[in-house]
Design a protein around this ligand. Structure first.
Ligand SMILES: Nc1nc2c(c(=O)[nH]1)N[C@H]1C(S)=C(S)[C@@H](COP(=O)(O)O)O[C@H]1N2
Ligand SMILES: [Mo]
Length: 202
């Protein structure tokens, strides 16, 4: 059938895993909205360290210079906020989570992780969601240094979960044996936050 360049309206864009690219209940935006509970900090604290703590063989801290010296990687992902906006094809640059995990050597009992921001924000996730191919600690977005409003200079990225799991202004990962709810999770946001299951609130 000749479609004259129009896509049939029933055709839904799919991801390689067969899921709809746009999770149900989401709308697409080209702008990148800012969602923060805190006031945006405009400077890295002078004593900033990335603190890797808890149930790991090798707890460690990195200074900013040490963190910047880690190998970098880039990745393009979609990003989904629980308040229903999604933004496609974000290009991220940063340090892959496995650069951290291979140094820290989490214990088998480390089933959960709490991400910490220096502003006091926290968010929890299962270790298996952190230990994944698409999880990074990011420094750049679409080839520019991450803006302060978006967590610059350094944030977590867990693109397969709603964006409240991607803590802005990151300064620590705490490996835990038992789960504990983070900032929004205490206030009614879903503990797991899978956009394809619409795990928004509980
Ligand atoms: N420190 C911190 N990180 C945070 C938040 C926040 O309020 N504080 N909001 C979360 C939520 S709800 C979303 S949707 C994303 C938004 O990221 P953006 O502002 O870069 O779009 O950051 C997440 N990380
Ligand atoms: Mo969000």
């Amino acid at each position: 059938m000749q479609l004259f360049g129009k896509k049939p309206t029933t055709e839904v864009e799919k991801r390689p895993d067969g899921r709809d690219r746009l999770p149900s209940g989401q709308y697409l935006t080209k702008k990148w909205p800012v969602l923060s509970y805190e006031r945006t900090p405009h400077q890295l604290p002078p004593d900033w360290r990335l603190k890797i703590t808890g149930a790991v063989e090798q707890p460690f801290e990195l200074t900013w210079e040490e963190f910047l010296a880690l190998p970098r990687t880039t990745l393009t992902t979609d990003f989904h906020c629980v308040t229903t906006w999604s933004r496609y094809d974000n290009k991220w640059e940063g340090v892959h989570i496995r650069e951290i995990l291979q140094r820290a050597k989490p214990l088998p009992s480390a089933q959960y992780v709490m991400a910490h921001s220096w502003t006091g924000y926290t968010t929890n996730l299962p270790f298996s969601d952190l230990n994944d191919d698409d999880v990074m600690i990011v420094l750049k977005h679409d080839d520019k240094d991450l803006e302060p409003d978006h967590g610059g200079p350094v944030r977590l990225l867990v693109p397969k979960l709603y964006a409240y799991k991607s803590a802005k202004w990151l300064d620590g990962l705490e490996f835990m044996e038992r789960d504990r709810p983070g900032f929004w999770e205490v206030r009614g946001y879903h503990n797991r936050a899978d956009p394809w299951k619409e795990e928004r609130y509980w």
